[in-house]
Design a binder for this molecule. Sequence first.
Ligand code: ZN
Ligand code: ZN
Length: 140
Amino acid sequence: MYKASCLCASVELQIDGAISEIIHCHCSRCRKSSGTAFATNGFVHINALTVIQGQQNIKSYSAKAGSNKYFCSVCGSPLFSQNSADPKRVRLRLGIIDSDITERPNSHNFCTSKANWEQLNDRLPHYKRHEPNRSKPPKD
Ligand SMILES: [Zn+2]
Ligand SMILES: [Zn+2]
């Protein structure tokens, strides 16, 4: 079980399950929405995510049709995103997790969109888009 919270701590989330397919995404949307070089995101099953407190502060923004990015409306922390083509899973922003986690990132994605000042020095694979082995939305 993992706990997560936003910067102002008004939103608290609990994750009761594994976080899968964690990647560092360097696409322009992730750079802008995070204000940093990349966003680190992983899948969590929708039933494994509980809003412990602060539901009223969670607002969403749709940067493209079918996709919603959820954030704390008080402090602006990105929380997770959801895609209508993948309704059983959310894409959690890993930086909001307060616990130590056992899962680790797999790769750097959308590397051709990375900021020109960013240098990637680790040994994870670098991909132009999504990692080629990304799983399809689950049926249940
Ligand atoms: Zn907040
Ligand atoms: Zn991205």
